[in-house]
Design a protein around this ligand. Structure first.
Ligand SMILES: Nc1ncnc2c1ncn2[C@@H]1O[C@H](COP(=O)(O)OP(=O)(O)OP(=O)(O)O)[C@@H](O)[C@H]1O
Ligand SMILES: [Mg+2]
Length: 472
């Protein structure tokens, strides 16, 4: 690219005295500057607007509009305001010099002219003007860059904002998805746990039910037949008081009086045993209640008792320690409208946890302490004035520290070793009590003070509906 040669500097000389113009142009012509002339104010303004000189040397005293007015008009026009003006005044005219500078002139030169001074002052003003212009250009450039940067920053900020918003939305979506997944998992495990345990218990109960019933059913005829046989033997003895020797020996051998007495006892205990098995079967069916998936009114005490029966083996505790004593304090709470098999599952979870905690506690004690420690589980029920069944299950185990207590109902939270606990028992119980029955469940516990789980189940779902609508 070929650079265009720099434009020559142009100076406009304004004076009504031609001699002055000649002298002036002679003074500055060696500098290579192009000289333009005007002999009055109006022409000077026209020239300035048209030719855009780099500097104006302006006489004060002129016919028509004088130098001051010319200067004023040049400064007030956008086209010429930036052109530096140097006034030419008489040496003694201080007032004129000040007036000129106040009107926007950059300098003055005094008549009669000194060539060096004119050149020096004009040259200086040209350089100053040039520098000013460069400064302004740079300033403009800088402002432009600042504006661009501000725009970029604003765009960046907007982008960052949008990004943050998107990240927030995404995170919220993700946590919701994780929460849903956890809930789904809990539901799955719950129904699997429930149905497999319930089905097994129901199956066992069903299988035992038939044989035990015919044992139980045949015991009475067996007792009657035995009675008749004994009566027959007695009758024989009365009719034949002197039997032959072989028979006498046989009678002595079997010890007939003992046989009679003991067989009665034996049949009686068989009957007791069969009766117990029948009760156990009933309890197992009560626990599983597979045939009762719907909501119905039941006696909660039966559910608790049958759960305890299933946990009987666990209550025996660890070797060398006392078995767990269960203290029941049942009040008259009537029938409660609920999903019985699900509430039994809750009792099962809470009782099993209490027994586990007691067992673990015993293991931490030394031998004499373990031998004297009496593990107890207390179960109490009552009906509150607002018609809620309140069930409290407490143990005198190690208690639960605050940092664990706050997470008890979280799905998969467990302090038990892998394989021993899934950490779902309490989370499932919470769901059953709170979501399914519109009840409440809470844990009151502190280290060294045992643990108490308190459940509130509405006596009927209609009661739950009125209390929850009142609470809203
Ligand atoms: N009575 C209690 N005393 C002390 N800690 C308890 C008691 N009940 C529950 N916990 C604590 O709460 C945790 C969670 O109990 P949860 O029943 O939900 O799960 P888990 O018993 O560990 O496993 P599982 O799913 O087999 O029931 C337990 O691991 C235990 O640390
Ligand atoms: Mg548990």
């Amino acid at each position: 690219m070929i650079n265009a040669p720099p434009e020559p500097v142009r100076i406009l000389l304004v004076d009504d005295t031609p001699t002055n113009l000649v002298v002036l142009s002679e003074s500055i012509q060696d500098q290579g500057w192009v000289i333009l002339f005007a002999t009055d104010g109006e022409t000077a303004i026209e020239q300035a607007e048209y030719a855009k000189p780099d500097l104006i040397l302006l006489d004060v005293m002129m016919p028509g509009i004088n130098g001051f007015e010319t200067c004023q008009r040049l400064k007030s026009s956008q086209l010429t305001a930036e052109i530096p003006i140097i006034f030419m005044t008489a040496l003694s005219d201080t007032v004129d010099k000040v007036k000129g500078l106040n009107l926007g002139a950059v300098d003055y030169i005094t008549k009669p002219f000194q060539q060096e001074e004119v050149v020096a002052r004009v040259g200086m003003q040209l350089r100053l003007h040039q520098m000013n212009r460069q400064l302004e250009e740079k300033n403009q450039l800088l402002n432009q860059k600042i504006a661009e940067q501000a725009k970029t920053e604003a765009e960046l900020q907007q982008l960052t904002g949008e990004l943050e918003q998107r990240v927030q939305t995404r995170t919220a979506e993700l946590s919701e998805a994780v929460e849903n997944l956890k809930q789904a998992q809990v539901h799955l495990v719950q129904s699997e746990k429930m149905s497999s345990l319930g089905q097994m218990v129901a199956g066992i109960a069903h299988e035992i039910n038939n044989p035990v019933n015919f044992i139980y059913g045949n015991l009475r005829p067996a007792q009657d037949y035995f009675q008749e046989l004994i009566e027959l033997v007695d009758h024989y003895q009365q009719c034949y008081p002197q039997p032959d020797e072989a028979l006498q020996e046989h009678l002595a051998e079997v010890d007939l009086p003992f046989l009679k007495k003991d067989t009665y006892k034996l049949l009686e205990s068989l009957k007791l045993g069969a009766d117990r098995i029948r009760q156990i079967v009933l309890s197992l069916r009560n626990f599983s209640r597979l045939d009762e998936a719907d909501i119905k009114s039941v006696n909660l005490h039966e559910g608790i008792d049958s759960t305890l029966l299933i946990l009987q083996h666990k209550l025996r505790g660890v070797a060398g320690a006392h078995p767990v004593e269960v203290v029941k304090n049942y009040s008259e709470i009537g029938e409660i409208e609920c999903f019985p098999s699900q509430l039994n599952q809750v009792f099962m979870n809470i009782l099993a946890n209490a027994i586990d905690a007691l067992e673990e506690h015993v293991k931490t004690l030394d031998k004499p302490e373990a031998e004297s420690f009496l593990p107890v589980v207390n179960i109490s029920t009552e009906l509150s004035s607002d018609q809620y069944a309140i069930i409290k299950i407490s143990d005198n185990g190690p208690g639960i520290p605050e940092h664990i207590r706050t997470r008890l109902f979280d799905p998969f939270f467990t302090t038990k070793s892998v394989g021993k606990g899934t950490g779902l028992g309490l989370s499932i119980s919470h769901q059953i009590v709170v979501d399914k029955h519109r009840g409440e469940i809470e844990c009151v516990s502190a280290p060294g003070e045992g643990t108490c789980f308190v459940m509130k189940i509405p006596r009927s779902q209609a009661i739950a509906a009125t209390t929850s609508s009142l609470a809203q």
